[in-house]
Structure formats: C-alpha cells, structure tokens
Write a protein that binds this ligand. Sequence first.
Ligand code: HEC
Ligand code: HEC
Length: 368
Amino acid sequence: MMRARFYVVWRAHWASLFLLATMLFSLAGCSSGPNVSSMLSRLDNPPEKLSAWGLFKGEMKEHNLNTSVLPYNIVTPLFSDYALKYRAVWMPSGTSAEADDKGVFSFPTGTLLLKTFAYPNPDGSRRLVETRLLVKSSEGWHAFPYVWNAEQSDARLALVGDTTEVSWTHSNGTKLAFTYVVPNSNECKNCHEIEKKLRPLGPKASQLNNDYAYNDGTENQLTRWIKAGYLKDDGKAKSITSFPNWQDPNSGTVEQRARAYLDANCAHCHQRSAPASNSALYLDAATTDPNDLGVCKPPVAAGKGAGDLKYAIVPGKPEQSILLHRMLSDESEIRMPELGRVVGHQEGIALIRTWIQQMKGSCDSPEP
Ligand code: HEC
Ligand code: HEC
C-alpha cells in the first residue's frame, strides 16, 4: 500500500519536472521554427554558429530540417568534387517567389537558401563539411559559408574559407583522396554574381519541374512549392519543361543531357553579363547559335588554356576540342570550371565527349 502511493507521487513528480523542462526548452527557443527574420537586421554581423539560424531540429548532425524549411533537389546539379549535397529553401510566411516567362524565380525579402556539402566516411557514415547560406534582405542577397566541426555538433562562420582532407572510395572503385577547398565569402561572387549583383543559381523552373521524394511521399517540386506558399500559382513555372537528368539516358538524348550539364556547370560564368562573357562562349541552355556554343570558335586568348588546339569544339573530334581539353585538365590555369573543383568529373567528361563525337560537320573551310 505504502509502496503504491509512493509510486504515484513519484510519477506525478516526474511529470511536472518534464512539463517544466519542456517549458524552459521552448522559452529558450529550442523548439521554435527558423529565426531568419530576426537575422535580417544583423546581416553585417551574422551569427558565429549555424545553429543560431534555427534551420534544423533535433541533433545538428542529423541535418533534420526544421518546420517549414523545404528540401529541394535540382535535376542536373553542379559537380563539386563528388560532394553529396543537400539543398533547402525557407521564406517568411505569406510571401512567395514568382517565376518569369523563362522560369527564372524572383524571391521575396527574407528568403533563405541553404546548401550543405558532405562526404562519405571510410566506414560508410556521413561527414558534413560545409553549409552555405544565401539570404535576401531588402538590399539584395548575402552569402555566408559555415564549416562543420569534427564532432558535427555545429558549424561556425568561416568568411575566410577553409580546407579539409577528404578520402573515400568512389562508386566505380577508384580511391579518391584530396584537399577539399571551402571557398571564402569573396569567392561566392565569382559564380553567383551577374551585373555586380549576387543571385541564386539553382532554383528555377527547368531544374525543379520534376519529382522529389519528400518524407510524406513523392511529389512534383513546383506543386510542393506552391502548396507550401513558396511559389505564386500563376502557371508560368509549370509551363517550363524540366531539364533532363544529365546522367539518366532515359531522361533525354545525349545532346539534351550535355546541354543541361553545361548550363548547370558552366553557364553561371559563360553567359551574357556573367564573369566569363569576354570569352564569347555562351553555354547556357538558351543559346542556339553553334558558334556561340563553341563550334568552330577560335579561342579569344590562345596560349596555355587552348593547348595548341584551334577551336572550342571540333564536330566529331573531342580530342581536338579546347572545351574538352579544359574539362580534362586539373591544372589551375587550364581547368574548367576554373573554380569549385579540384578533381575532374569523369562521368561529366564522358557525356561531353560523346556529345562532341556525335556532332556532324567540320571546321575546315573547303580549299578555294
Ligand atoms: C564554382 C562556382 C561557385 C562558387 C565559388 C560558389 N557557388 Fe554557390 N552555387 C553554384 C551553383 C552553380 C549553384 C547551383 C547548382 C547546385 O546547387 O548544384 C550554387 C548553389 C548555391 C546555393 C543554393 C541556392 C542556389 O543558388 O542554387 C547556395 C546557398 C550557395 N550556392 C551559396 C554559396 C556561397 C555562400 C558561396 C561562397 C562561400 C558559394 N555558393 C560559392 C556555384 C558556386
Ligand atoms: C567560375 C567561372 C567559370 C566557370 C564555372 C567556367 N568557366 Fe570557362 N572560362 C572562364 C573564364 C574567366 C574564361 C576566360 C579566360 C580563360 O580562357 O581562362 C573561360 C574560358 C573558357 C574557354 C575558352 C574560351 C575561348 O573560346 O576563348 C573554354 C573552352 C571554357 N572556358 C570552357 C568551360 C566549360 C566547358 C565549363 C564548364 C564545364 C566552364 N568553362 C566553366 C570562367 C569559367
């Protein structure tokens, strides 16, 4: 009898302790949603810790996105030294992005875009390396790189960049080991800037009009963005056809997949008004003129990068094409992309080689 009563009191005691703990927890803000909005006034003095943004729930190392932080995937991504990437978007409630006629999004003030880079550990577990944020204030986009600690309990602001050793076995059996480079906050603009303004690159209709396996089921990403209130439902975005998946032969011809690959991996520099526009090589998906694309186009600056070759692309002759020569090189003055990679992308190179191989025509004008 005594024992039973003691037990009841004991239980009640624990229950109230639990209640108190939960209250303290929510007071401390630990269970609330993202606090991006409160950061907007202090973007010149961003928090030292990634956790302060409130983008994750539970243990940081699990990388579980907080309520209303929506994961997304782009169907043909940028190659970054084989890093695994996780992307997500958040917008203040009641605001949404809007697509233009080409499916390019304009985002409301307060939008946050996140991209985390990770590598497999030799034991098969996952190591988070860096998380990059793009945050939009009323003045425009701001870029913040965070580097994860060894314990994976948080990431710290690393405006000066960082390097870290990575090594693992690639799916084709090759052992890869190299020094991975986290760009500094000045380097973001080398890829993200157009007309001197930072802008996001991945989230556009052509990259998102396809399915994503959400926790609660698979759904078209644009549909999900509209449901979440993150995209204006005016039919513009949905009218844009999705890029093929560059590595899935069922999703497009070699040419379609090669063009999507070049758009994602090269066009942020190689398009009009972008950093490499002086090369007059335009690799964005909208380019139709073969010469703009590099076919029989002599290099603007010959020399080391061109490797004594005459044209960016020689139809049917990948080994004579400067474009492939520069993708194959790992040397800093030759390699393309010039930034954002240390190792070559074997699978991407194979696709571009096949594309050039299949091209018909020749660059030599007939003898008079
Ligand atoms: C080598 C070029 C390059 C550099 C340097 C670079 N980025 Fe990016 N970034 C891209 C491309 C291309 C995408 C879109 C494709 C993808 O996500 O695979 C992207 C995507 C992102 C995204 C997801 C939203 C979006 O724009 O698609 C964020 C956030 C981001 N970058 C932040 C940064 C920050 C912060 C820096 C500097 C520390 C940086 N990036 C440096 C090329 C670059
Ligand atoms: C971070 C910006 C950047 C990215 C990304 C980039 N490039 Fe370049 N590229 C340049 C710059 C700058 C030049 C001009 C200077 C030079 O030739 O090195 C250039 C020049 C070239 C040239 C010589 C053009 C000519 O006709 O003179 C080729 C070919 C080329 N890039 C191919 C590529 C390919 C293919 C990709 C994608 C796989 C790519 N680049 C991605 C910046 C970039």
